[in-house]
Design a protein around this ligand. Structure first.
Ligand SMILES: Nc1ncnc2c1ncn2[C@@H]1O[C@H](COP(=O)(O)OP(=O)(O)OP(=O)(O)O)[C@@H](O)[C@H]1O
Ligand SMILES: [Mg+2]
Length: 486
């Protein structure tokens, strides 16, 4: 298949075959063409040339419903959740059970939906509106939906970006049992550790082409990275310097409590310090992030931030005190798909500082600077954000908040969906912010990220007290060995 978007050749004469009963990994840098390939197979995009064949049936009508009837079930990279519909409607989208007269049989719908959710290990009221759920819960709905259909081909585009370790393990078990049933699975991820854990073989894409396909046992991490980027990344990670012990305290949270999720958590973060927070769904990590950013009021306890440690009570108050917040939900609320990259990057500073709008040339310079520093892959800063790949959209949103000239950064999964080359650049950037005197709180479920970035780690667990780990204890192994890994 080939597919061109203006100057960009998203797919360049690409050929790929997947067998029944195989889990195939698909990797490649942000903008390599992975999602484009998936959209074509799902009938959601029409390639300029080339064809898709599912079990001998050629997909002649590129319509999602037709692909689905041929057995293609996809979890797309962008969230596909209707926030106003119930959980059940979202799980069963387009397949609600109907009675003899054609009316929806709601009792049955709720029952089926609850059962599907239970299969992916999530206990949710099927009557709730989906918009009230956390990103991880929404992601679980999408997984339940994708896996519940009678799939012949199951495609997952970055399914674990919003999930923690335990939830990912459950997903892997479901994918392995799909493989046992003879389903062909295509699995896209930037978590290369997952690729090695899950897949039978891996295909690397670069610039819309297949660089190669290998049984997973025949490649190691370095080789895979070299195939992805055309070079290895050795020596690109600088050792993390110790945080200065005498930095000014810029974040002071005391005895924060939200319902029975977050229980009496206290933390102080000094200028120059990067603290990581990790924890699964229901551990209170989401609530902690939101409290630190003034988005949510704790039931008990206080948050003080910035110079002079001002107490914050609202997002605006937090922003004025110098807090930049990159929320977990940025996929949904973050990027303005219709606006160009310059607008997307400048929007936060202008809103928060209440400063007069910058001159066009200044704004363009700001946009260009972040596009360059974060390696955003785009023809120019004047394309709309909707024309970027998922990972490149994430970089743009990150740039928006890094530009916001803050003293305190609260970053929830800052590199979700970003390829590992760009991740390393972002780590250097974040370390640079700390070195310049900012305090960073990074919420992350990526152990490698925590290891490379954090001076200290706060581990939150559902129903248990918080645990702190120092730098020395920070190998991925020890997180598990100490029994505190979520
Ligand atoms: N609707 C569109 N309009 C213009 N360009 C597009 C569009 N969709 C994708 N592209 C371009 O096609 C290329 C491939 O994008 P694609 O989304 O397939 O990448 P990807 O491998 O999925 O990346 P990521 O890891 O960031 O999700 C990118 O350069 C992207 O900017
Ligand atoms: Mg993609």
């Amino acid at each position: 298949m080939s597919k061109r978007y203006g100057p960009t050749l998203a797919l360049d004469d690409l050929t790929l075959t997947i067998a029944p009963g195989e889990i195939r990994g698909l990797v490649g840098e942000n903008g390599a063409g992975k999602s484009s390939l998936i959209k074509a197979v799902a009938g959601a995009m029409v390639p300029d040339t080339g064809t898709v064949t599912i079990a001998g049936h050629r997909l002649t009508t590129p319509i999602p419903a037709v692909a689905r009837r041929l057995g293609v079930s996809v979890l797309f990279q962008e969230r596909q959740i209707a926030p106003d519909l119930t959980v059940a409607e979202n799980v069963l989208l387009g397949a609600l059970p109907r009675g003899p007269l054609g009316a929806v049989d709601w009792r049955k719908a709720y029952r089926i939906a609850a059962a599907e959710l239970e299969r992916v290990g999530i206990d949710l009221d099927p009557r709730l509106p989906a918009g009230r759920l956390t990103p991880a819960e929404q992601q679980s709905i999408e997984i339940a939906r994708a896996i519940s259909r009678d799939a012949r081909v199951l495609i997952m585009d970055e399914p674990t970006a919003a999930l923690s370790g335990t939830e990912s393990d459950r997903l892997f078990a479901l994918l392995r049992s799909a493989r046992e049933r003879g389903v062909a699975v295509l699995y896209v991820s930037h978590h290369l550790a997952e690729i090695f854990e899950l897949v039978d073989s891996v295909t690397v894409m670069r610039d819309g082409r297949v660089v190669g396909t290998q049984p997973i046992g025949t490649v190691d991490l370095d080789q895979l990275v070299e195939m992805m980027f055309g070079r290895n990344l050795d020596g690109e990670v600088a050792e993390l310097d110790d945080a200065p012990a005498d930095g000014e305290v810029l974040v002071h949270a005391d005895d924060l409590t939200v319902g029975n999720v977050l229980r009496g958590v206290s933390l102080d973060v000094r200028a120059g310090e990067i603290v990581a927070v990790t924890g699964g769904v229901g551990s209170g990590r989401r609530e902690l992030a939101r409290c630190l950013a003034g988005v949510q009021r704790p039931d008990r306890g206080i948050v003080r931030v910035g110079r002079g440690l001002r107490r914050i009570r609202s997002p605006r108050g937090a922003a004025r005190a110098g807090v930049a917040f990159v929320p977990e939900d940025r996929k949904r609320e973050g990027v303005f798909l219709e606006l160009d990259l310059t607008e997307n990057i400048n929007v936060a500073t202008e809103a928060l500082r209440r400063s007069p709008v910058l001159r066009p040339r200044r704004r363009r310079a700001v946009g260009d600077r972040w596009i360059k520093r974060l390696g955003v892959r785009a023809p120019s800063a004047s394309v709309s954000a909707g024309a970027l790949s998922g990972g490149n959209q994430q970089k743009v949103i990150l740039g928006r908040w890094l530009e916001a000239d803050a003293r305190v950064f609260v970053l929830d999964e800052p590199t979700a969906g970003i390829d590992i080359n760009a991740k390393l650049d972002i780590y250097e950037l974040l370390k640079g912010l700390a070195a310049d005197g900012a305090a960073l709180v990074v919420f992350s479920s990526d152990f490698e990220e925590i290891r490379l970035l954090a001076h200290r780690v706060l581990v939150l667990r559902r129903g248990k007290g918080p645990t702190w780990l120092g730098r020395k204890a920070l190998s991925e192994r020890s997180l598990f060995e100490t029994g505190v890994a979520p």
